[in-house]
Design a protein around this ligand. Structure first.
Ligand code: F6R
Length: 608
């Protein structure tokens, strides 16, 4: 989604702004813009529709050595992607960039009769509102921003500069992240710490309801009620290598291949194979509190939701007297669901900024229910607002399609389930096999990835002309099939849907014809034979079946088979998901689409 960068300091602003916007490209956007202001107050505003390369081309003709500026990548909400709708927006001497949505912009706009609006955006309304309080610089910019924000309903992360005072940037946040980077005689801002990596390691994460006035060597943070805030300086842990492609053609492939290591990071210090136990420090629940848990609510969106569904299937296998409900955040936030007091909620989010998930977290907290974050992005809003949490530690995920986060989210949640089961006194013999398989998973993931890649690539190429797919699985392979279908649909634009095998006869079987192929996940286990019968039914109707299985002597007359060689049994679906990830990757390459930045999508969905 939208990205913000800003710079005030001894160096040239344009350079940082452009490189910062490039770092934020992965979040998804459809236009971009930069304004810099010279010491004499001359502002250079450059905006372009489409890729940052278009902005860069325009900038090359207007190089400036100005020492202050702000920039933005826009993901359209109000008004189509166009140069006029791109940020920064100008009102009088004010330039403003905005992430989020101003809900009461129509009412506010009616009152701003002196401003001639040039865009259809809610953000320009905010710029005009700030300007109406700024009164040509008669009032301090920070006061004008505060006055304006007091009238605003909605979410925002903003950065504002004025050509009247080219020495300060004012930033504020409510529901949309902003990080302030502290440099030597320079202060940088970004909506995502990855833009600051390589420039500084010291950062202040602004909280909701805070506003800050920044100069090259000062940072004053206060609340909208003018109470001073002594902001905590934190360390940015990400290194440059983690946000670069590192020799891979695409971030997606890098992130798929990284999984042996990223899962190792999730498990580090948390698994004791000898004792057959796991230990998670982050949730901060006592043994007595863990024992009392009777309900788990798992909340997430998209891939995080699928990870929750998968984890739920496992947790109920070994945790007695517990009910598990995995819910889609955008639905749950408006449901009137009753949450029993002996429940705990797992809030699952890679970015830690997803608006719907965050809204659920706040609602659930209001009901007095303990919330535990299963989050990747360190310092993100969800990570900061949950009562306790387990970071998955997979490092930055840059490609829009989530891959390594899924694997680690699912396993981190299973480990949380194991923690509850341990506290509830489940026999070690029941839990040990899960712990042992989890400990082996990173290595097994490595083996599967290097084993299957060539054949998955070949099969994906063969099916590249298809626009319809059905993913099938049952039990733990069912949420895995859902995740596989999501991956294919979001990057290959194939109309892929997942069904539980048992549901086929209740409707989806009618779809089987030459326009569809079926990807069947067939792990060994109690339900294998039943799933095989379902595959027979598809084949009998002329289906084009690709099977993914860990059954060595699988010999059905399907069109393609990917065999996984592993002694992992319970978590075989997690390994099969790697095949789905690679399949989606190679299919997208074969179709010629943008792998890392699929159309219409954004990495971090910070608006509802
Ligand atoms: C799919 C994908 C999305 C995200 C979803 C939640 O590949 O990336 O479905 O999983 O938007 O995002 P987070 O985990 O950041 O809350």
């Amino acid at each position: 989604m939208c990205g913000i960068v800003g710079y005030v300091g001894k160096g040239e602003a344009q350079g940082f702004l452009l490189s910062g916007l490039k770092r934020l490209e992965y979040r998804g956007y459809d236009s971009a813009g930069i304004v810099t202001i010279a010491e004499d107050g001359t502002a250079t505003l450059i905006r372009a529709k489409g890729k940052i390369a278009n902005l860069e081309e325009k900038l090359a003709k207007s190089r400036r050595s100005d020492k202050i500026g702000i920039g933005h990548t826009r993901w359209a909400t109000h008004g189509e992607p166009s140069e006029e709708n791109a940020h920064p927006h100008k009102a009088g001497d004010i330039y403003l960039v905005h992430n989020g949505i101003i809900e009461n912009y129509k009412e506010l706009k009616k009152t701003l009769t002196e401003h001639k609006f040039e865009s259809e955006t809610d953000s320009e309304v905010l710029a005009a509102l700030v300007n109406s309080f700024y009164k040509d610089g008669k009032y301090p910019l920070v006061n004008a921003v505060v006055q304006a924000l007091k009238l605003v309903q909605g979410t925002y992360g903003i950065a504002v500069v004025s050509s009247k005072n080219p020495e300060e940037i004012v930033v504020a946040r409510s529901g949309s992240p902003l990080v302030i980077g502290i440099g030597n005689d320079e202060t940088l801002i970004a909506s995502d710490a990855s833009a600051l990596v390589g420039h500084t390691k010291r950062a202040i994460y602004l909280n909701d309801g805070e506003v800050a006035r920044l100069t090259k060597n000062s940072i004053e943070v206060k609340t909208l009620n003018s109470e001073p805030v002594s902001a905590k300086v934190e360390e940015i842990e990400t290194n440059l290598a983690a946000i670069q492609k590192g020799g891979y053609e695409h971030f997606l492939l890098k992130e798929i291949v990284e999984q042996p290591n990223s899962l190792k990071e999730t498990l580090r210090g948390r698994v004791n194979v000898e004792n057959g136990t796991v230990h998670l420090g982050g949730p901060g629940l006592t043994e007595a509190e863990l024992r009392k848990i009777k309900h788990l609510i798992i909340v997430g969106c998209g891939t995080a939701y699928h990870a929750g569904l998968l984890a739920g299937y496992y947790i109920e296998q070994f945790t007695p007297e517990i009910t598990i409900e995995t819910v889609i955040a955008s639905e749950y936030r408006y449901r009137s669901a009753y949450i029993p007091k002996d429940a705990v909620a797992l809030i699952v989010s890679q970015s830690g900024e997803t608006a719907d998930t965050l809204a659920c977290l706040r609602e659930i907290k209001k009901q007095g229910i303990k919330t535990i974050g299963i989050v990747n992005a360190i310092g993100s809003t969800i990570a900061r607002e949950v009562d306790g949490g387990t970071y998955v530690h997979v490092g930055p995920e840059i490609s829009v399609a989530s891959t390594k986060a899924f694997t680690s989210q699912a396993i981190a949640m299973v480990m949380f389930g194991l923690t509850i089961a341990q506290a509830k006194g489940v026999k070690p013999g029941v839990l040990r096999p899960y712990v042992e398989e989890i400990a082996k998973l990173p290595e097994e993931i490595g083996k599967v990835l290097s084993g299957v890649q060539p054949e998955v690539e070949e099969i994906a190429k063969k099916y590249a002309d298809y626009d319809h797919a059905i993913y099938l699985g049952r039990d733990t392979a069912y949420p895995t099939a859902m995740e596989g279908a999501l991956k294919l649909k979001e990057i290959s634009y194939v109309d892929a849907n997942a069904y539980a095998f048992g549901e086929l006869k209740h409707g989806p079987l009618a779809l089987v014809d030459d326009r569809f192929f079926e990807l069947a996940l067939l792990p060994k286990g109690a339900l294998y034979d039943k799933a095989i019968s379902n595959v027979q039914e598809v084949l009998a109707r002329g289906g084009h079946v690709i099977a993914v299985t860990n059954v060595a002597d699988f010999d059905m007359p399907v069109e393609g088979v990917v065999k996984i060689t592993t002694d992992i049994e319970m978590f075989a679906p997690v390994l099969m998901n790697l095949v789905s990830q690679l399949f989606a990757y190679y299919m997208t390459i074969a179709k010629g689409y943008n792998v890392d930045q699929p159309r219409n999508l954004a990495k971090s969905v910070t608006v509802e």
